[in-house]
Design a protein around this ligand. Structure first.
Ligand SMILES: Cc1cc2nc3c(=O)[nH]c(=O)nc-3n(C[C@H](O)[C@H](O)[C@H](O)COP(=O)(O)OP(=O)(O)OC[C@H]3O[C@@H](n4cnc5c(N)ncnc54)[C@H](O)[C@@H]3O)c2cc1C
Length: 305
């Protein structure tokens, strides 16, 4: 069985940028694309905050271009995903979904994180059409409009504050009667003049898929059981992300939420690096993930040489 110098897990901005740098360094990296080839950006239409595109770029087009750029220098992409791994020896062993066993000397984990969704009717159909899990990414599309944020933690409060600076009104919907965010954030959000909390309330449906845009939310009072309808132009779901690290449990140190722990892109295991949303619970932005991918490839190159 061949031993690859470098395998990269994931084909989002972090994986593709790592592949570009590693390929240009002559490492002929093998990239396993995973269950979502191109990563999260393929789920959005316009990306307005990736440098170099003054008139925005389609999320899908951006990652296709990243992949082509890496392939031009010899990176190889394969449609497969890792299901288990042994990182204990000098040679790392990966088991894949198609039943292959791969061996490599260095590994870059760039498997990203998946937003948690509400799972209510209308939500999936309207993703990218008014339903979002990223206020930093999509807030600017709702300038001067009325949006709702669902959640009660730090991220929900940060999203509500970000949106309050852009939108006419933000309704913060939480299923409990107080926020579980840090006090300073909670105080700030509750003091914002255009943020209105809606306590003890859950979203039951997003309207209206037939119109292809968000027009309203169907709500229910947790304590009263009463149904209500809230007209809004957008819905931001801020109930957390799940890093794609199940296959790493026991092989790499992870934080309690499952994010890879490390010092910048270096993990606790020599030769194993991580980049992008899989180790970044804070920024979750394509340019940040791409930058980490570059750093991971440079570290892998240094390790291999
Ligand atoms: C709807 C939406 C809109 C967004 N808009 C913007 C925006 O406008 N601007 C911006 O900067 N950011 C935006 N983001 C955030 C941005 O997409 C992410 O920060 C970025 O994609 C993270 O890159 P990544 O490479 O770390 O991970 P991801 O893009 O999540 O890619 C992870 C990759 O890992 C692969 N993978 C998963 N499990 C395995 C496995 N077991 N084996 C092998 N591979 C695996 C997946 O298939 C995928 O290819 C948006 C996100 C969403 C969801």
């Amino acid at each position: 069985m061949d031993t690859h110098p470098l395998v990269i897990l994931g084909s989002g901005p972090a994986g593709c940028t790592a592949a570009l740098y590693a390929a240009r360094a002559g490492l002929a990296p093998l990239v396993l694309e995973g269950p979502l080839p191109g990563g999260q950006l393929t789920q959005t239409s316009d990306v307005e905050n990736f440098p170099g595109f003054p008139r925005a770029v389609g999320g899908y087009d951006l990652v296709v271009a990243m992949r082509e750029q890496a392939e031009r220098f010899g990176a190889r992409f394969e449609a497969d995903a890792v299901t288990a791994c042994d990182l204990s020896g000098e040679t790392k062993t990966l088991t894949t979904l198609t039943g292959e066993t791969l061996r490599c000397r260095a590994l870059i984990v760039a498997t990203g994180a998946s937003a948690r969704w509400l799972g209510v009717p209308g939500e999936e159909a309207l993703r990218g059409r008014g339903v979002s899990a990223c206020a930093t990414c999509d807030g600017a599309f709702f300038r001067g409009r009325h949006v709702a944020v669902v959640g009660g933690g730090d991220v929900a409060c940060e999203d509500a504050l970000t949106l309050s600076k852009l939108c006419a009104k933000v309704t913060l919907i939480h299923r409990r009667d107080s926020l579980r965010a840090s006090k300073v954030l909670a105080d700030r959000v509750l003091a914002a003049p255009n943020v209105e909390p809606l306590w003890d309330t859950v979203v039951e449906a997003v309207r209206d898929p037939a119109q292809g845009r968000v027009t309203a939310l169907a709500l229910r009072g947790v304590k009263t059981g009463a149904a209500a309808e809230l007209p809004v132009d957008g819905l931001f779901v801020a109930i957390g992300h799940a890093p794609n690290t199940d296959f790493l449990r026991g092989a790499l140190p992870l934080d309690p939420a499952g994010y890879v722990l490390g010092e910048d892109v270096r993990t606790a295991v020599p030769g194993v690096f991580a980049a992008g949303d899989v180790m970044d619970p804070r920024y979750k932005q394509a340019v940040v993930a791409a930058s980490a991918g570059a750093r991971a490839a440079l570290e892998a190159e240094r390790f291999l040489r």
